[in-house]
Design a protein around this ligand. Structure first.
Ligand code: HEM
Length: 365
């Protein structure tokens, strides 16, 4: 019988389950989850890009939009996360990383998740939106309460954003929130609900996905000192080391979709209404696609992870996340040159829909 993802074993370590699924059940119904599981690299890539498979649970953000509406809203956000705007955000992330890393340097022992990974991406996205810096603390609380890329409903986020929306609609500034407040789609301004949904997705992308991915990235390097030494010697390898960590340990190993029409997934027709779990984590360790897939190897010559999606909904913040990781690591290596895992501590990733180590104890050295 095919294993289910709804089990304590899978939440603790889904990779053995992913292996069985990939080898023996490339498309199988998980009754407990209420979804079809798709696990091989090629099938997951196809499913992520396939029309008529839409994001789940339903919501009001970019991931839930399709067709012309999706293209129009995506085009609004894109300039704020590309080109000169991206360069400015990266420079800001470098400054924040420097401050955070130097704070830790003075300590005997520190938890990089609590004191670095949760702050750096949240601060970068808060800056992109033009929100007050102290809102990075709220982002962490909302993410602990379930704010992700798919946003979700957050009364507190709505309430906190409302006065900013009123002000930006009256007096636009040079930030992403003003762009959204001034934007029109189909000749009509975006409603407060739409703006809040988009803002929630951006904050969730930074505060949840990027924070977890950064924790896994640092954990991978600290747990593989030979790889850390390589990156230290050749910092130009940092983006490859980040991509390799996303492949091996994606922060969102399961991406859920719902069929709004009959679709074919992994060669099998599924009816409208079917829920499909795209196992990005299983795809990243598919030996048919990646040599020695369990190994963390910053010199890998077969890149191509799916952790930031693919196709029309591919992640808009992927480049920003990569800059955050690069400047974050550079700042840590600069301020804590002898950084090692705390004695007796081993990073333990947790979670299934969102996954990463929840603590990362280090000795600054
Ligand atoms: C390592 C960090 C990140 C990971 C692993 C990640 C992953 C993803 C994934 C899997 C998707 C969905 C793709 C799909 O549905 O097919 C997505 C979409 C998205 N991400 Fe990220 N993300 C990250 C960081 C960010 C950041 C920092 C931001 C914002 C600043 C962001 C903004 C978005 C947006 C707006 C979408 C929706 C795109 C669309 O539907 O057109 N992400 N991301």
């Amino acid at each position: 019988m095919a294993p289910s993802l709804v089990s304590l074993t899978a939440a603790r370590d889904p990779y053995p389950v992913f292996r069985v699924l990939r080898e023996r059940y490339p498309l199988v119904r998980d009754e407990l989850l209420g979804a079809w599981l798709v696990s091989r690299y090629e099938d997951v890539r196809d499913a992520l890009a396939r029309p008529w498979l839409v994001a789940l649970p339903p919501g009001r953000t970019l991931s839930h939009m399709e067709g012309a509406t999706h293209r129009a809203h995506r085009a609004l956000l894109e300039p704020g996360l590309r080109g000169d705007a991206l360069a400015a955000l990266a420079a800001g992330a470098a400054r924040t990383a420097h401050v955070l890393a130097h704070r830790i340097a003075a300590r005997r022992e520190a938890d990089l998740v609590a004191e670095f990974c949760r702050w750096l991406p949240a601060a970068a996205v808060v800056t992109a939106l033009g929100l007050p810096p102290e809102d990075a603390a709220y982002v962490q609380r909302w993410c602990r309460g379930g704010l992700t890329h798919l946003a979700g409903h957050h009364d507190e986020l709505d309430a906190r954003l409302r006065p900013h929306l009123v002000r930006r609609r009256a007096h636009p500034r040079d930030d992403l929130l003003s762009v959204l407040c001034a934007a029109e789609v189909g000749g009509r301004p975006l409603s407060d609900g739409t703006v809040t949904g988009l803002v929630g997705a951006l904050l969730g992308g930074g505060g949840d996905a990027t924070a977890l991915a950064l924790a896994s990235f640092l954990a991978n390097l600290l747990a593989h000192p030979d790889q850390l030494a390589l990156v230290r010697e050749r910092p130009e390898l940092i983006p490859a080391a980040w991509a390799e960590s996303l492949r091996r340990d994606p922060p969102a190993p399961v991406v859920l979709r719902r069929a709004v029409r009959p679709v074919t997934v992994a060669g099998t027709p599924l009816p409208a209404g079917a829920v499909v779990a795209c196992l990005v984590g299983a795809a990243g360790r598919d030996p048919a696609r990646f040599a020695e897939p369990d190994r963390y190897d910053v010199l890998r010559t077969d890149p191509g992870h799916l952790a930031t999606g693919t196709g029309r909904h591919a992640c808009l913040g992927a480049e920003l996340a990569c800059h955050i990781a690069e400047y974050g690591l550079r700042a840590l290596l600069d301020a804590l040159p002898g950084m090692v895992l705390a004695p007796g501590f081993g990073p333990e990733p947790r979670g299934l829909l969102t996954r990463g180590p929840r603590t990362l104890l280090v000795r600054p050295g």
